[in-house]
Design a binder for this molecule. Structure first.
Ligand code: PLP
Length: 429
């Protein structure tokens, strides 16, 4: 590594997220993005097969979104969203509500996925308190992930991500997600737990547990769970931070079910991957419980950058692109391509399970270490793909693709070819 290069300087001053700093290779210096590609300083290009941590939808440096942010920056870059408002935030709220299930009536802005979840949990807890029936328990799925702040960590699986903090996390009831074969036992546990009528909220990643290894389950058991929760006045929170904006093939993953969640969390793809922004939407009955002559019923929550105009402008621009019919046609194309790949690999001897949902494809590989985020196979697969011009970020022994929607047929074929090559040399990776 050249002295004084960007990666060299980076090594001296920054601290990277989710990174084992001692063993980490020098970070790659990315100088440019264009469509589905990222470029390093030597001019090598790479397919961004994980959408830069699941945020990018329309490709890198999309000029339409870039222009809209620039126009907004020259007009109004930021204003406190307390006693003030601005058109980008209002238009975005109207547009999001027009796409969200009809029961959703209000948009609360924050900064990222974790804060969208914090807001959802606080809304649910204070809702019960405001109506004079405080409840104590929260249900979440085992193997779930909802972010890295204390509340969002609390409602996740206890694992290597949050080990040092477990004594500081509030208690939640973890129930296995209704993956194939577990539907009945999951439903029974819900029945049993909800009986006490002391369950305040249930939070879940709809249909795909992302960070937990792209674990997928069917809509039917989720439908039954939501119905049960409603029967017991347990507020349901859909964390669509990863699954929203077409990722699973429909606009929202909850569009696969008819019973609608009470609260929905959005982030990641919301701005097309340009700006950080979080959204928590809620049903009318939740909002109504906060509107009162009693000032103590106010929702005392906010962030300095709440509803930042640049982020809202980026989100409105991304929606312009998402609302085009052709885009969803292409999402369908990607979905069909991945479905075909799933069929091709599902009986491969080195693969435990192969799955796909919309624009997400995942395969769980067999190793003696077993399935784990720390499985060394992840690094090896990452290096193998990188050498062939593809950026992936496996979750341990789980390889997945989650590409920007602009990915071309030729680029998808490259992903498939590289997967073939990797499986062919699997024992020597
Ligand atoms: C990434 C993610 C979050 C956290 O979002 P951040 O913006 O990283 O804080 C929450 N929920 C789900 C389902 C996620 O995938």
């Amino acid at each position: 590594m050249e002295n004084n290069s960007i990666p060299e300087r980076d090594r001296k001053v920054t601290w990277h997220p989710f990174t084992h700093q001692k063993e980490a290779a020098y970070p790659m210096n990315i100088v440019k993005g264009e469509g589905g590609y990222l470029f390093d300083e030597s001019g090598n290009k790479y397919i961004d097969a994980f959408s830069s941590w699941w945020v990018n939808l329309h490709g890198h440096a999309n000029s339409y979104i870039a222009e809209k942010i620039y126009e907004q920056a020259k007009t109004l870059e930021q204003v406190a969203f307390s006693d003030f408002t601005h058109s980008q935030a209002v238009i975005l709220a109207e547009r999001l509500l027009s796409h969200l299930p009809k029961n959703q009536t209000r948009i609360f802005y924050s900064d990222n996925g974790s804060t969208a979840v914090e807001v959802a949990l606080k809304m649910a807890i204070q809702y019960h308190s405001n109506i004079g029936k405080p409840k104590r328990k929260i249900i979440a799925f085992e193997n779930g992930y909802h972010g890295d702040t204390f509340g969002s960590m609390s409602v996740a699986e206890r694992n290597v991500f949050n080990n040092p903090f477990t004594p500081f996390l509030f208690e939640v009831i973890l129930i296995p997600a209704p993956i194939k074969g577990k539907e009945q036992s999951t439903l029974q546990e819900f029945h049993h737990t909800l009986k006490s009528d002391d369950v305040c909220a249930f939070i879940f990643e709809p249909l795909v547990q992302g960070a937990g290894g792209m674990v997928m389950y069917e809509p039917e058991p989720l439908e039954k769970i939501l119905q049960l929760c409603k029967a017991h006045q347990c507020v349901t929170i859909a964390d669509e931070v990863m699954t929203g904006f077409g990722r699973t093939g429909k606009f929202w993953a909850t569009n696969y079910i008819t019973t609608k969640p009470d609260i929905i969390c959005l982030s990641k793809g919301i701005t097309g991957g340009f700006m950080p922004l979080g959204v928590t939407s809620c049903a009318g009955f939740i909002y109504d419980a906060f509107v009162s002559d009693d000032k103590t019923k106010t929702f005392y929550h906010g962030h300095s950058y709440t509803a930042n105009p640049l982020a809202c402008a980026a989100a409105n621009a991304s929606l312009d692109l998402l609302e085009k019919y052709e885009l969803f046609e292409h999402v369908k194309y990607i979905s069909a391509f991945f479905e075909k790949m799933k069929k091709k690999y599902e009986n491969h001897p080195d693969i435990i399970d192969c799955r796909s949902k919309g624009t997400i494809f995942a395969m769980e590989l067999k190793t003696h270490e077993g399935t784990s985020y720390l499985n060394e196979l992840g690094k090896k697969m990452g290096a193998f793909f990188l050498k062939r011009g593809i950026i992936i970020r496996p979750l341990g022994n789980i390889l997945y693709f989650l590409p920007p929607y602009c990915i071309t047929q030729a680029q998808l074929e490259e992903l498939e070819k590289c997967t073939d090559e990797m499986l062919a040399s699997f024992n020597n990776l």
